[in-house]
Ligand binder design. Structure first.
Ligand SMILES: CNC(=O)NC(=N)Nc1ccccc1
Length: 301
C-alpha cells in the first residue's frame, strides 16, 4: 500500500525534489490552491509556503513564479511519484456558490494544471507540467459544489483516455463530514485519506485507548455505499508531535497494530497511510528512520 504526504506548508521546507527522492513516499499532495473563485471568471489563488518567488498573475492571488515546483515535478514523475494538486487547507475560504462557479473552477484547474496546450487563455503556473489529479482538503464552509466540480473534472479526464488522473479527498473523521460527504456520495473518488487527528471523538488515538471511537469501520461503510465503492481508504496521521493539535500523534510502534488490524480486515479497500506533512516527517527521526520510512515499513510488514 501507499504512503501519501502533503507538501507545501512545512516550516522551512526543502524543495519538492528532496521528497521525490524519498523511496518511502508514493503520492505527494501539493498544497494549496487556497483561494477559491467567487464568480465565473475569477481566478483562484495559491500558496506553497516558502516556495515560489512571490510573484502573482497581475490582479490575482495565483502564484506565477513557482520555479522550484515546475523544475522539480519532472524529477518526481521520473521517480514514479504521483503528484496531486490540493485545494483548500487551513487558510482557505472554501465556498462554491453555484454550479456554474463549480464548473468554472474545475475548468480553470484542468486547463491550468492538467495537460498543457489545451486552452492558452489559461495560465500555466507549473508551466508544461501536468498534475496527476486533484485533492480536496476542504476544511470548512464546504458542502456545496464539490460533486459538480469532480464530475466536471472527470468529464475532462475522459478526453485523455490513455492517461490516468485521480480525485482524492481529506475529510475530517467525524461522520458525516460536513464538507465532503455530499461529494463522496455523488462523485467518484479514487483515494479518501481521513484526517484521523485533531478530532477527539474519532481520532486514531482512540484506537490506543480501545474505546471503540476510532471509526475506520464506519468510514469503510461510507465508501462501500459511495459513488465509488472501489475507492481506497487511507489512514491519515500527523507525521510528528508538532504537526497536529497536541495529543493526536501516534508513535510508529502505536501505529503498527492499528494498520495491521485494518489492513487485514479490509484488504481490498485499505489504501495505505497519509501523513500531514512531509517536512514534519523528515524532522521526526526515530532509530535513524524518519516517520514516513517507519510507515512504509509498517505497510510492508
Ligand atoms: C490534510 N490536511 C490537514 O491535515 N490539515 C491540517 N492538519 N491542518 C492543521 C490543523 C491544525 C494544526 C496544524 C495543521
Amino acid at each position: 500500500s501507499n504512503v501519501a504526504v502533503y507538501y507545501g506548508q512545512g516550516a522551512y521546507q526543502p524543495r519538492l525534489s528532496h521528497f521525490c527522492q524519498e523511496t518511502s513516499l508514493d503520492i505527494i499532495n501539493l498544497g494549496f490552491i487556497n483561494v477559491f473563485p467567487k464568480a465565473v471568471g475569477d481566478w483562484p489563488g495559491s500558496n506553497f509556503g516558502n516556495q515560489c518567488d512571490g510573484t502573482v498573475y497581475e490582479g490575482t492571488e495565483l502564484l506565477s513564479g513557482c520555479h522550484q515546483i515546475w523544475e522539480d515535478i519532472p524529477i518526481c514523475k521520473e521517480l514514479g511519484k504521483t503528484v496531486m494538486l490540493s485545494l483548500g487547507g487551513e487558510t482557505a475560504y472554501e465556498d462554491i456558490p453555484t454550479d456554474e462557479v463549480a464548473e468554472w473552477f474545475a475548468d480553470f484547474l484542468w486547463y491550468s494544471f492538467g495537460p498543457p496546450g489545451q486552452n492558452d487563455t489559461f495560465p500555466r503556473p507549473f508551466q508544461d507540467n501536468q498534475v496527476d489529479g486533484f485533492d480536496f482538503d476542504i476544511e470548512h464552509y464546504g458542502g456545496h459544489g464539490y460533486a459538480t466540480m469532480i464530475q466536471r473534472l472527470r468529464s475532462h479526464f475522459a478526453d485523455f483516455p490513455d492517461e490516468t488522473f485521480y480525485i482524492s479527498g481529506a475529510p475530517q473523521c467525524q461522520l458525516p463530514d460536513a464538507q465532503l460527504s455530499d461529494a463522496i456520495s455523488n462523485s467518484h473518488f479514487d483515494f479518501i485519506w481521513v484526517q484521523w487527528y485533531n478530532t477527539a471523538a474519532c481520532s486514531a488515538t482512540n484506537f490506543l485507548e480501545g474505546n471503540g471511537l476510532f471509526n475506520f469501520a464506519a468510514w469503510a461503510k461510507v465508501i462501500q455505499d459511495s459513488a465509488n465503492p472501489a475507492a481506497k481508504l487511507f489512514v491519515g496521521l500527523p507525521a510528528s508531535e508538532e504537526a497536529a493539535v497536541d495529543g493526536f500523534y501516534l508513535s510508529p510502534a502505536e501505529v503498527y497494530p492499528l494498520v495491521d488490524i485494518y489492513m487485514n480486515l479490509y484488504p481490498d479497500m485499505f489504501g495505505g497511510i497519509m501523513l500531514w506533512e512531509a517536512t514534519a516527517s523528515d524532522n521526526n527521526t526515530i532509530n535513524g528512520y524518519n516517520y514516513a520510512q517507519h510507515m512504509k515499513h509498517i505497510l510492508h510488514e
